[in-house]
Design a protein around this ligand. Structure first.
Ligand SMILES: Cc1cc2nc3c(=O)[nH]c(=O)nc-3n(C[C@H](O)[C@H](O)[C@H](O)COP(=O)(O)O)c2cc1C
Length: 165
């Protein structure tokens, strides 16, 4: 399916007008190697059972290990973690070098100093155009000492700060 009536640049700009938080979604392969990428196409899905979904590009290097392990962790970033967001938004072998992380109930990396980490076990994977939609049951919630920090936000292609009204 390819709807040529929609200009892709215009569509990209339109999507950017949906302001969001920023997360690093992680997984681990069978050898214990951690993978992860910066993501904002993530969403709460269900309250009972607790479910959270993420949409991963078919070209992502994190996709194959995620399909194999069927676990992922959504690490929601603080304002102080913009450098980490930039690092995980690029391809590379050494993304985790110098990053403090631990394994929780699923084995997917929990990154330290985030707002919160949602540990998920995949229940369903659906094709969505050039992305895969992972629906996951939340098996663990890890909040840490940064839980009351300000969130990192993304709007119109740039990072943004929260202004409380
Ligand atoms: C703010 C922001 C949000 C992003 N959101 C997504 C997303 O929701 N899904 C996705 O597949 N890629 C997203 N990306 C792009 C990936 O982070 C980027 O393609 C990364 O290099 C993929 O790494 P990998 O191939 O090692 O998995 C986003 C990038 C940025 C900067």
């Amino acid at each position: 399916m390819n709807d040529n009536s929609i200009d892709s640049d215009q569509f990209r700009r339109a999507c950017g007008l949906w302001g969001s938080g920023v997360s690093i979604v992680t997984t681990v392969d069978a050898a214990g190697t951690p993978y992860g990428l910066t993501m904002n196409a993530v969403s709460s899905l269900s309250l009972n059972p607790a479910m959270f979904l993420v949409c991963v590009d078919n070209g992502s290097d994190t996709l194959p290990p995620m399909l194999e392990s069927r676990v992922y962790c959504v690490n929601i970033l603080t304002q102080q973690q913009q450098d980490l967001s930039n690092r995980f938004a690029k391809k590379g072998q050494d993304k985790f070098s110098g990053v403090t992380w631990s394994s929780g109930v699923t084995g997917a990396p929990i990154i330290a100093q985030t707002l919160i980490s949602l540990e998920c076990e995949v229940s369903n994977v659906y094709e969505g155009g050039d992305h895969q939609i992972f629906c996951g049951v939340v098996r663990g919630l890890v909040s840490n000492e940064a839980a009351d920090a300000e969130p990192l936000l993304f709007y119109s292609g740039r990072y943004a700060e929260l202004v409380k009204s």
